[in-house]
Ligand binder design. Structure first.
Ligand code: TIU
Length: 223
């Protein structure tokens, strides 16, 4: 398969060696009352990517590709949440505090679940991660290696925080990474734009970007 429109040059991949990785499409970031809002952000911006992400996810599932979902999630006793992370800044509610959707950023709470529209199905991989990057303190690299995965298609939130961190971690581990431009969003549009630029600068120093329509076209054509 080949995504001709990818920047900075066409991206080639085989479905059997590629995973779609959706980062932290959780109520905690996308709906009011969660972690994103308690940090002072306007969470409504993030909802806009849900339709395109759902379409890409459905097409990828129909093509038989591996799907990985991540959640930024801490253990209920917060033993995996460094005090530096919990105490940073001056949020209305801190990680572990009781909010309208349960305890903020704690595994198993309603707010920590992936939004209904993108909920994992069947044997899709779900990774709970205590950090911003999907490879830190998780078994993700090993799970991907066991399955022969060499290429990763990324979507999710937020572009410059958990998505970019995960993509950089993946790049350093040898994966060819492509970020789906309309399947990722930031609370800060300028940060999203800058992240897309920095990922694909210098000959694809971190990887590629492309609109999801280009992925859909490749899957439809089978090439
Ligand atoms: N605050 C922010 O932009 N993001 C995060 O804290 N986590 C993720 O990006 N998932």
């Amino acid at each position: 398969m080949r995504i001709e429109e990818a920047i900075p040059f066409p991206y080639e991949f085989e479905i059997r060696n590629t995973a779609l990785v959706l980062i932290d499409m959780q109520r905690d970031f996308i709906e009011p009352g969660g972690f994103g809002e308690t940090l002072g952000n306007d969470v409504s911006l993030l909802e806009a990517i849900v339709p395109a992400t759902k379409t890409a996810l459905q097409a990828w599932r129909e093509a038989g590709g591996l799907v990985v979902h991540t959640r930024e999630a801490h253990k209920p006793d917060l033993s995996d949440c460094p005090s530096a992370k919990r105490n940073r800044g001056n949020p209305a509610l801190r990680i572990g505090d009781e909010g309208p959707m349960g305890r903020i950023l704690v595994a198993g709470e309603p707010g920590n679940q992936i939004i209904e529209a993108l909920a994992p199905i069947g044997s899709e991989i779900v990774i709970d991660k205590p950090g911003k990057g999907a490879f830190y303190a998780t078994g993700l690299h090993e799970l991907l290696q066991q399955r022969g995965i060499t290429h990763l298609l990324f979507g999710g939130v937020t572009t410059e925080v958990c998505v970019q961190t995960s993509m950089r971690e993946a790049n350093d581990r040898g994966y060819d990474c492509l970020l789906l431009e309309d399947c990722t969003e930031s609370y800060f549009p300028a940060f999203k734009a800058a992240t897309l630029d920095m990922v694909r600068a210098q000959g694809g120093i971190v990887g590629w970007t492309a609109p999801s329509a280009a992925l859909l076209a490749a899957l439809r054509s089978g090439q």
